[in-house]
Write a protein that binds this ligand. Structure first.
Ligand code: HEM
Length: 484
């Protein structure tokens, strides 16, 4: 047992993967230091110190960080059939709840593949067209909120736009996903329950013990027993009610839940788990992306002016209307959103894979390292997006870089806010549709400028795998409709 465990702890060295020394931390690896630092900051430090392929141990569990474009391409695209598993930082997940084990991301590969092909049906062009009226109606409600906040468009006011986007996103998922209206903005308990889900960390005693001895099934069972939460979260209850009501009403709806029911998924827990998954996967990512983009446009007046000029031409060609079906024509707005997702990718540490075979990585005929099978490889998305070796002035907001026709061939792997390959974000088309539609509608009527509480350097909240604004996104908002 000792020899096996000792060999595990020497794995990275044997594979020529650099990282911090574990000589004096043979049991815990770098777990203590790792738990004290936000994941993104820790990973950035590792890459700075040890290069674009490096690794560390959380307990006896090795994690390999990859910011090298050729190796990332091999893992996510070239050999994607070997790297289909998405391992968790904590085996079994931070929250080892039996319902959560039925979520798409927690299923073994064959079941994941089957469920992914069912859930993907929700994002076809036909389905997006079907939900467009609901999305437009919710954007109109958001516009009404801004109208009220600006005293019927008569005053310029300082506004925190982030909670308004959070409400929009929550309503969008509720209505397009489950045909229900949830009173989200006044429900602090529901907000706290979602917040908690994203902020769970691997610091409980039993989780730490399991990470030190990951092979022990007895310890895993003990962890499940002791970490069992006594109260279901409010989001869990909401999803349980949504599923039960639909099953009892036997009424057909045109939404995500119906797609699961039509595919003969009749396990209530699986329906509930994957309803929760949609709330969790879409809520933070969409609302944070909208807020980050608005922040960047607030502090970069020139870019906002260019977006509005493009919108002005577009509105002239479209009889003064924003048309969802041709929203992708707004190329500069698209570049602004891309640049915002580069600087602030809302999913920071979620792109991980593990392989079924060892892989010997060579460059120009020279041995670089071995990526051992079954070990967690994490694509260092945030660090790739900020790599000074790849991007000119990576901390500056330059939307034009995404319009450059002569982009390097590594661009499509160094820039991947939605991931790549078979495990790429399933909601990519939904996000690509909602983000420009909401932003174009708002910016066609209002301008946003710096106010007393605008942070030039936005404070960020780093959670387990996501990144959001910490205190909000403040701007001075003025009613200034584009006249055409
Ligand atoms: C700006 C918005 C969004 C961003 C930046 C984003 C980002 C990501 C990333 C980076 C991944 C991991 C991809 C990989 O491993 O290669 C992912 C996975 C996922 N996303 Fe998104 N996402 C967004 C919106 C959404 C929406 C709107 C939904 C659902 C309606 C969604 C559902 C999912 C699901 C279910 C997965 C797991 C897929 C799997 O394991 O097969 N996401 N997302």
């Amino acid at each position: 047992l000792y020899r096996r465990w000792y060999q595990t702890m020497r794995l990275l060295k044997k594979c020529n993967i650099k990282g911090p020394n574990i000589k004096f931390n043979i049991i815990r690896g770098q777990m203590e230091e790792y738990n004290k630092t936000p994941n993104v900051i820790w990973d950035t430090e590792m890459i700075k110190k040890y290069g674009p392929i490096c690794g560390y141990y959380i307990g006896a569990k090795a994690v390999i960080l990859v910011a090298d474009p050729d190796l990332a391409r091999h893992i996510q695209q070239g050999h994607a059939n070997i790297y289909q598993e998405r391992p968790r930082r904590v085996p079994g997940g931070i929250n080892p709840d039996p319902i959560r084990s039925k979520m798409l991301g927690n299923l073994p590969v064959p079941e994941w593949r089957e469920l992914r092909s069912i859930l993907s049906k929700n994002f076809s062009s036909k389905r997006i067209k079907g939900i467009t009226p609901t999305i437009c109606q919710l954007i109109d409600e958001l516009m009404n909120k801004i109208t009220v906040a600006t005293n019927n468009n008569k005053e310029s006011v300082e506004l925190n736009i982030y909670p308004i986007f959070q409400n929009l996103t929550f309503q969008m998922i509720s209505q397009t996903g489950f045909s229900v209206h949830v009173n989200f903005s006044d429900d602090n308990e529901l907000k706290a329950s979602i917040e908690e889900e994203f902020s769970k960390s691997a610091t409980s005693f039993w989780t730490k013990v399991c990470l030190c001895f990951p092979q022990s099934t007895i310890l895993q069972h003990l962890r499940k027993y002791f970490n069992k939460s006594t109260n279901s979260s409010k989001l869990q209850n909401l999803c349980e009610n949504i599923v039960m009501n639909r099953l009892n009403a036997r009424e057909r709806k045109d939404d995500i839940l119906q797609v699961m029911l039509d595919s003969e998924i009749d396990d209530k827990e699986k329906l509930q788990a994957n309803s929760m998954l949609f709330y969790e996967a879409a809520y933070e990512t969409l609302s944070a992306s909208l807020a980050f983009t608005m922040h960047l446009l607030t502090i970069n007046e020139n870019a906002q002016k260019k977006v509005r000029e493009e919108l002005s031409d577009y509105l002239k060609e479209n009889y003064g209307q924003i048309r969802p079906e041709n929203i992708s024509q707004l190329k500069y707005l698209d570049a602004v959103i891309k640049e915002s997702l580069r600087i602030y990718p809302p999913q920071t540490t979620f792109i991980s894979r593990s392989g079924e075979e060892d892989f010997v990585y060579e460059k120009d005929g020279k041995y670089i390292c071995t990526i051992p099978k079954k070990v967690q490889v994490q694509i260092a998305l945030y660090q790739m997006h900020h790599s000074p070796g790849f991007w000119v002035d990576p901390e500056r907001f330059i939307p034009e870089r995404h319009l450059d026709e002569t982009k390097s061939s590594a661009y499509d792997i160094m820039y991947q806010p939605f991931g790549k390959g078979r495990r790429m974000c399933i909601g990519y088309r939904y996000a690509k549709f909602v983000l420009p539609l909401a932003l174009a509608t708002i910016l066609s009527k209002y301008t946003f400028s710096k106010s007393a509480r605008t942070e030039l350097e936005l404070s960020l909240c780093f959670k387990t795998a996501t990144m959001t604004p910490k205190i909000g996104v403040f701007s001075r908002v003025v009613f200034d409709p584009i006249v055409c």
